[in-house]
Design a protein around this ligand. Structure first.
Ligand code: UD1
Length: 494
């Protein structure tokens, strides 16, 4: 198992190019099972999740070839299939459930393991199943597997709203299945995420007749067959947002090539409220993107993660890490995954002042984060810990970075290109930096980098901010007089 050793305090600077979107690649790869010809995909990221789905597709009889250097991936669909997606593969990645709709529509049968527990909260698939039943599937759950059958699916009116909004992979499943159903399907309360638009564009290029993808109402006129297709996956907006937040947290100056402002409007809005400068820009050779410059003085925020076009839940943990550094009280609420706060205890270990309150985290800043040993619990939590470590004083060790590798292509390499001091090594006690060995004398002094302008040079707490202990034992500072010239307290993003 690998771990990352990060020496914080260095502003990120330079250009970075985004990988293709993980959350677009996975449902598109799964949908290739419903296509009768070859799917030739470009800009598929080199990620553990893509490898897992490749194994799922191969287990279903597809032939997958992949060029890791170019990001090209070709899928020849199976000539025959068992239709079984096994627990051992599905438990490794929930998005494997995206093969359910395509298998059923093309092969009339699917046996897909229920994904099971998840670190970011309860994640049922009832809406997926409801949609497939409406399309005419017969479904039963037996011994932890969904067994779905249908001779030919038929069009239907389907409402996909749930208690936490729509479902992204559920919309992908139903949209793909309905592409091969007889007649018209109308999905209302569909997910509007750009990754759903990308899947719709891929399916249309393969001969599907889908309109309205990207809006809450998607209409699909079923066709008899989908043919081979070439498609380039959209750039990863979550990687873009993560890099933007990392640049802000380190007071950096970064150009993110291919970042699409229209996919990131809520993120740009909240970061600008916080005081980060973000401008569309281009490279000398004409590549478009976003230019981020962090500011030494940032404003607190009141931010809510919502389905698209809101602030993505997949950036909630990273924003939490950033808000720890901001003077004043910030609030971040997750309305998509209300329990997605596994990063909070690890941030507390680094010196953050955060209190969980239901689906919200109340953050008192600025925290003087100091490097320590932390453990990644899930994909986006690991990205948040990397951001906190980049902004912290001294060295941090982040363990279980396989979570990070599930969803970020060469993340440490890209950060290194931007000037970060980040090293990947095998997780072994001998590999721990001296500063994190408890020898009795602190060796931290020798590692003080503290080059982030204005961040650590200010007093960490002003006299009005005596710690106030709350009933659950977490210390939280009283509102501080902001060190920012133009801060007038928390601002709302919605
Ligand atoms: C996708 C993304 C994930 C992102 C999430 C929310 C992929 C591969 N993954 O996950 O990165 O965090 O969207 O933007 O695209 N729900 C139900 N019933 C269902 C399905 C979902 O109640 O049948 C609930 C979930 O528990 C959650 C909310 O709806 O509270 C959104 O979940 P959903 O959009 O389905 O997430 P995923 O598609 O699994």
């Amino acid at each position: 198992m690998d771990m990352l050793i990060i020496r914080g305090g260095i502003p990120l600077a330079g250009n970075v190019r985004l990988a293709g979107a993980k959350n677009a690649s996975l449902p598109i790869m799964a949908a290739s099972i419903a296509v009768s010809g070859l799917s030739q995909l470009r800009r598929v990221p080199h990620l553990a999740d893509v490898s897992t789905l490749t194994q799922v597709l191969e287990s279903l009889g597809a032939v997958v070839t992949r060029d890791l250097s170019t990001g090209e991936l070709a899928i020849s669909p199976p000539h025959a299939t068992t239709g079984i997606a096994d627990y051992d593969l599905v438990r490794r990645m929930r998005a494997s459930v995206c093969v359910l709709g395509p298998l059923l529509a093309r092969w009339g049968k699917a046996v897909v393991s229920l994904p099971g527990g998840c670190n970011i909260g309860h994640r049922p698939i009832d809406l997926h199943l409801k949609g497939l039943v409406a399309l005419g599937a017969r479904i039963r759950i037996e011994r932890g597997y969904v067994h779905a059958e249908a001779t030919r699916l038929h069009g239907a009116e389907i409402y996909l709203g749930g208690p936490f909004g729509s479902t992204v992979t559920g919309t992908a499943n139903i949209m793909t299945a309905a592409s091969l159903a007889r007649g018209m399907t109308r999905i209302s309360a569909a997910a509007c995420e750009p990754e759903i638009v990308d899947l719709g564009n891929y399916l249309n290029a393969a001969g599907a007749r889908i309109t309205g993808h990207g809006t809450p109402v998607i209409e699909i006129e079923g066709v008899d067959e989908l043919h081979g297709v070439e498609h380039e996956v959209i750039p990863d907006r979550i990687e873009a947002g993560t890099m933007m937040i990392a640049a802000a947290a380190t007071c950096g100056d970064v150009f993110i090539e291919d970042a699409q402002p229209r996919h990131l409007s809520a993120v740009i809005d909240i970061l600008r409220q916080i005081g980060v400068s973000i401008e569309p820009s281009s490279t000398n050779d004409g590549r478009m993107g976003l230019h981020i410059s962090g500011a030494a003085h940032l404003n607190p925020a009141d931010c809510t993660a919502l389905p698209y076009p809101g602030v993505p839940t997949d950036l909630q943990a990273q924003l939490t890490a950033l808000l720890c550094l901001v003077p004043g009280i910030s609030v971040i609420t997750d309305k998509v995954f209300p329990d997605r706060f596994m990063h909070v205890p690890e941030l507390l270990r680094m010196g953050a002042q955060i209190r969980r309150e239901g689906a919200s985290a109340i953050i008192a800043g600025p925290a003087h984060l100091s490097g320590t040993n932390v453990m990644a619990s899930d994909l986006r939590a690991s990205a948040a810990l990397v951001i906190a470590a980049l902004a912290a004083e001294g060295e941090s060790v982040i363990r279980r970075v396989y979570h990070l590798d599930r969803g970020y292509e060469k993340h440490d390499e890209k950060l290194r290109q931007l000037g970060a001091q980040i090293q990947r090594t095998t997780d072994h006690p001998e590999a721990l930096p001296d500063s994190l060995r408890m020898t009795g004398e602190s060796s931290m002094e020798q590692h003080k980098v503290q080059e982030i302008p204005g961040r650590f040079t200010q007093p960490i707490q002003n006299p009005l901010a005596k710690p106030h202990f709350l009933s659950d034992g977490y210390a939280i500072a009283r509102p501080m007089v902001s060190q920012s010239d133009d801060s007038s307290g928390p601002v709302a993003d919605l």
